[in-house]
Design a protein around this ligand. Structure first.
Ligand SMILES: Cc1cc2nc3c(=O)[nH]c(=O)nc-3n(C[C@H](O)[C@H](O)[C@H](O)COP(=O)(O)OP(=O)(O)OC[C@H]3O[C@@H](n4cnc5c(N)ncnc54)[C@H](O)[C@@H]3O)c2cc1C
Length: 120
């Protein structure tokens, strides 16, 4: 995955923050246990291994994909409209990662239709 475009241009730059936070507290050979193989646990473990931690273990009460996890289906969406602008920027950064060819089998930028009605 090419992360170079997210290391200097984006307002929050979570990738660099994550790497800095981890390298301040752990060495690459320290054992790390992530409890819960939902989307947060798996993505945390994936990023840890990407940045060089090679003693990472994920524990869950189920095999992956865990049927208890909230992401256990095929119909999740990603959006950028949030009341808190922090989350909007975070999701914009995440969308850039999803555009990587690595995820082309699971990320389908379809667009969406929003509708509402007012009851009188
Ligand atoms: C119906 C629904 C629809 C959603 N739709 C969207 C959407 O469209 N887009 C979007 O971005 N987000 C959506 N979300 C939110 C998103 O799915 C969740 O925020 C996200 O999946 C949470 O991930 P998680 O890893 O924190 O937790 P979880 O997915 O809940 O994973 C927790 C894991 O921990 C394991 N676990 C729990 N206790 C233990 C234990 N004691 N020991 C070992 N393992 C344990 C569980 O088995 C599970 O695998 C939706 C959520 C729901 C419920």
């Amino acid at each position: 995955m090419n992360t170079s475009r997210l290391t200097s241009d984006t307002p929050y730059n979570y990738v660099a923050r994550f790497e800095a936070l981890m390298s301040n507290s752990l060495s690459h050979s320290d054992p790390i246990i992530v409890v819960g193989a939902g989307v947060f646990g798996l993505s945390t473990a994936w990023w840890l291994t990407r940045v060089g931690y090679h003693n990472v273990r994920v524990l869950d009460r189920w095999p992956v994909p865990s049927p208890s996890s909230a992401g256990y289906d095929r119909n999740k969406i990603i959006r950028t409209e949030y009341v808190d602008g922090h989350f909007s920027i975070l999701s914009q950064e995440a969308i850039e990662f999803w555009r990587d060819p690595l995820w082309r089998d699971v990320f389908h930028p379809t667009g969406k239709i929003c509708s509402s009605c007012i009851q009188r």
